[in-house]
Design a protein around this ligand. Structure first.
Ligand SMILES: [Zn+2]
Ligand SMILES: [Zn+2]
Length: 158
């Protein structure tokens, strides 16, 4: 395992910290990080139980030359496995979730659970399956969605 760390300057003189982690034995690039806006925007950090994680596998322009040089040497950029599950909530899944939650909102508020929420969102490859879904009350669902996006880099202003 090796960690390649360097800093690079942006167009306005700002400093970005870059990191690429590799495994020489298996020729794998398994971790990418850059503190630039472009990279951060596309990667939503885990910030709680109902958070959203995007597994980043596309290098930004600061990481690209290093990744490309490694790829020329035969290294392979590890891609996240697609999540198993469906794109639409099935009646079976809904039934299982209701059973698991005993009909209540899984945030713990005690209100009835009504909506199925994907912890990892569709845009980030999240599917409908038991581990990625929670049963939520309509109000809590709205609050969690709002909380999730608010203050997050790349947040949509609704
Ligand atoms: Zn970058
Ligand atoms: Zn709740």
């Amino acid at each position: 395992m090796r960690s390649l760390d360097w800093t690079t300057k942006g167009s306005k003189g700002e400093i970005y910290e870059c990191c690429v982690k590799i495994i020489d034995e298996t020729k794998t690039i398994y971790f990418l990080k850059c503190t630039c806006w472009n990279f951060v925007n596309c990667r939503i950090e885990k910030s709680g139980y109902f958070s959203d994680i995007k597994y980043f596998s596309t290098p930004c322009k600061h990481l690209r030359p290093v990744v490309e040089a490694l790829e020329k040497q035969g290294y392979i950029l590890k891609k996240p496995k697609p999540m198993e599950g469906t794109d639409k909530c099935t009646p079976e899944l809904r039934r299982k979730l209701i059973q698991r939650a005993q009909g209540l909102c899984e945030c713990g508020c005690g209100k009835p659970g009504k909506e199925v929420h994907r912890k990892i969102a569709k845009t980030n490859g999240g599917k409908y399956n038991e581990s990625n879904c929670v049963l939520l009350n309509t109000e809590c669902h709205r609050a969690i969605t709002f909380q999730k996006w608010q203050g997050t880099p790349g947040a949509k202003n609704e």
